[in-house]
Design a protein around this ligand. Structure first.
Ligand code: NDP
Ligand code: GDR
Length: 356
């Protein structure tokens, strides 16, 4: 059977992450049999997919199955792939926090770099390299200290963290296996994408949670690191569709996915406060910078150098023209709509559970 014909079976690593949960919903809606790999943890770690897992057969015809596994355990990857026989694999699992990668550099390389190699080799070991399509979660962090603005598929990489270096290996091993073994393997070079399901320690979600708390009188001040960094922020729901589209093309290729707009952390903070009717004015510089509420003069934002990174990425701005031309992808959610959706979700969450 050639790639893309017959029964659709998807295997997702990182299914319980932000992207994995949206992609699982998307594929189930399309009638896929979806298999996800989860890690064993000492407490529940399936919160983002519990609504799908509660009744694995209920979701618009698709079926969901979960398997214990880990990107650092080749034997489990081989066992799962030989049992599931996927037609598409989406490799989303990663130690995905850039700052944490400076502390867990070796582990990050194990999971994000060698883990990708293990998965590709498992596909070959199971004899599925000519039938199973492969998506790799590559990242705009590869551009690092950027060499051109905006960044597209031709822009040179210049990674600035152990995370980005590990993802650089993964990017190239995917291309190497595509060339060497004729595998249908694609890199999605995705720029930052967020949602109400974003992990709580990434900057957007940290901001929307804290601003929601301040709004409800549960907190007074938000403490951040580098406020001047600029990111091209889109909505995760739009981006998982692009992952799927990449695997539906005739030929495997690599694509940049982003909005083509960039905003600073400061702007994100300002918009979040605007959403709850507060205007922020800035005073000072660097670690002495504070954001004050215009009307009351209360300090609402402080900078703490503990949130700085040894090396940071200052400016990311995508040029997603290739994806638009090849398969008509364009983001639907604007920056302001994203901030507002995340704010509304976190206000509702904090009202339900002030200890969240
Ligand atoms: P998350 O951090 O939300 O999810 C990562 C997932 O990987 C989690 O489900 C986690 O499991 C799982 N995981 C981590 N380590 C292992 C391991 N050793 N074995 C198996 N599973 C593991 O990331 P996102 O959903 O935001 O991102 C998805 C992918 O896309 C990641 O690879 C990320 O690096 C990449 N990416 C993300 C972008 C973004 O802006 N969100 C942009 C570009 C790329 P658990 O739930 O148990 O922690
Ligand atoms: P990033 O996202 O590093 O781009 O990686 P993150 O939200 O962590 O940081 C964005 C920028 O905000 C600055 N910043 C802070 N960051 C965090 N986390 N916490 C803070 O308190 C804070 N204050 C300022 C950072 O210095 C940085 O410049 C994300 C991840 O999802 C990666 O997995 C993915 O590959 C890239 O996006 C694209």
């Amino acid at each position: 059977m050639a790639c893309g014909e017959g029964k659709k079976v998807a295997l997702l690593t990182g299914i319980n992450g932000q992207d994995g949960s949206y992609l699982a919903e998307f594929l189930l809606d399309k009638g896929y049999e979806v298999h996800g790999i989860i890690r064993r943890a000492s407490s529940f770690n399936t919160t983002r997919i519990d609504h799908l897992h509660a009744d694995p057969y209920a979701h618009k015809g698709g079926k969901l199955f979960l398997h214990y596994g880990d990107m650092i355990d080749s034997s489990c990857l081989v066992k799962i792939i030989s049992k599931v026989k996927p037609t598409e694999i989406y490799n989303l699992a990663a130690q995905s926090h850039v700052k944490v990668s400076f502390d867990l550099s070796e582990y990050t390389a194990e999971v994000d770099a060698v883990g990708t190699l293990r998965l590709l080799d498992a596909i070959r070991t199971c004899g599925l390299d000519q039938t199973c399509k492969f998506y790799q979660a590559s990242t705009s962090e590869l551009y690092g200290d950027v060499k051109a603005i905006p960044q597209n598929e031709e822009t040179p990489f210049n990674p600035r963290s152990p995370y980005a270096c590990a993802k650089l290996y993964a990017y190239w091993i995917v291309i190497n296996y595509r060339d060497a073994y004729n595998m249908f393997a694609c890199n999605g070079i995705l720029f930052n994408h967020e949602s109400p399901r974003r992990g709580e320690t990434f900057v957007t979600r940290k901001v929307t949670r804290e601003v929601a708390k301040i709004h409800l009188g549960l907190s007074e001040c938000l403490v951040l690191g580098n406020l001047t960094a600029k990111r091209d922020w889109g909505h995760a729901k739009d981006y998982v569709e692009a992952m799927w589209l990449m695997l539906q093309q005739d030929k495997p290729d690599d694509f940049v996915i982003g909005t083509g707009e960039t905003h600073s952390v400061k702007e994100f903070v300002e918009e979040a406060f605007k959403h709850v009717g507060k205007e922020i004015v800035w005073e000072g510089e660097g670690v002495h910078e504070v954001g004050k509420e215009k009307d009351s003069g209360e300090i609402r934002v402080r900078v703490d150098s503990k949130y700085y990174r040894p090396t940071d990425v200052n400016l990311l701005l995508s040029d997603p023209t290739k994806a638009k031309e090849k398969f008509g992808w364009a983001p639907k959610v604007t920056f302001l709509e994203l901030v507002h959706e995340m704010m509304e979700a976190d206000i509702a969450l904090m009202k339900r559970n002030p200890m969240a």
